[in-house]
Design a protein around this ligand. Structure first.
Ligand SMILES: Nc1ncnc2c1ncn2[C@@H]1O[C@H](COP(=O)(O)OP(=O)(O)OP(=O)(O)O)[C@@H](O)[C@H]1O
Ligand SMILES: [Mg+2]
Length: 272
């Protein structure tokens, strides 16, 4: 039994640092991040563009080397034991890598076979997942013809093939219309309800507010706020001494030193 099943933390990062070295110099993308996500939580990771969210997700999921610091997922050190870590996690990245010529069922069957399922078991698992993300009707159509929301749900399903303990989702709803976004939230809640810990990044503060048990805000490679949505709002209310009820938008703007005018679409570059 893994540590996360025993109720230990599902994700622990200590002093996580990432430097990207390029011809033009070093980018300090992540500058000492500590995180703890309890098993069973939906944890939200928020921050402006370029804050370091995807870089953290890629380090936590063994896809990117760690410059310094340590990370454990489901009790497994990702640097010391990357293969074991990979078996315990599922990941849907910001850029979904779906083959448009396959159909949804083929993709899931192939994924299951890659994880060592027999043909029969792979077919059964694919059917279960298609039902979970409500894509049974589209299962035998080419992915090329799927809407953005359908592709996201298929990508979600493909991250779940091997029943991971911890699911990482990098911006699962970016670019989706409000109805599709709600559908993805429902899928995430359902997956979480079946015992999977969820670590998701998002640009949508309402999403974090509705979906996440706890969240952290990262800015320029460092965590600047952490807590439940209610705690973060209460903290801002206390510091402002105002009667007005702050929203998570207000918390985010306060935490990242942005104003409502500057907030939209700004890119934050982190330089050495
Ligand atoms: N491969 C790379 N080489 C060099 N710099 C990189 C690389 N990937 C990311 N960066 C830089 O690292 C910083 C963090 O990027 P990252 O993609 O982690 O941010 P993010 O929070 O996921 O942003 P977004 O909200 O736009 O997805 C940025 O300054 C980015 O330009
Ligand atoms: Mg990103």
């Amino acid at each position: 039994m893994s540590s996360s099943q025993r109720g230990g933390p599902a994700v622990v990062a200590e002093g996580l640092v990432k430097h990207y070295k390029g011809r033009t110099g070093t980018v300090e993308a992540v500058r000492g991040v500590d995180l703890k996500v309890q098993a069973g939580e939906i944890f939200g990771f928020l921050g402006p563009n370029g804050a370091g969210k995807s870089t953290c997700v890629r380090m936590l999921t063994t896809l990117l080397s760690i410059t310094s610091g340590t990370a454990r997922v489901a009790g497994v050190d990702v640097t010391q034991n990357p293969d074991e870590a990979r078996r315990r996690i599922g990941v849907a990245l910001q850029e979904a890598g779906l083959d448009p010529r396959q159909n949804g069922r083929e993709l899931l069957v192939l994924q299951a076979k890659l994880f060592g399922f027999s043909a029969t078991d792979a077919a059964r698992r694919a059917q279960e997942l298609l039902e979970l993300v409500e894509l049974e009707d589209a299962a035998d159509r080419r992915i090329k013809g799927y809407s953005g929301g359908m592709k996201r749900r298929l990508d979600l399903a493909s991250a779940l093939v091997h029943e991971p303990e911890v699911l990482f989702l990098d911006e699962p709803t970016t670019g989706l219309d409000p109805a599709s976004r709600l559908t993805v939230w429902e899928e995430v809640r359902r997956i979480n309800g079946r015992g999977t810990t969820v670590f998701l990044t998002t640009q949508y503060l309402e999403e974090a507010d509705q979906l996440c048990d706890r969240l952290a805000i990262i800015d320029a490679g460092q965590i600047v706020r952490e807590g439940t949505p209610a705690e973060l709002k209460a903290d801002l209310r206390a510091r402002n001494g105002a009667n007005a009820d702050p929203t998570l938008d207000d918390v985010f703007l306060d935490a990242t030193g942005r104003t409502r005018d500057r907030a939209a679409g700004e890119v934050q570059e982190v330089t050495a």
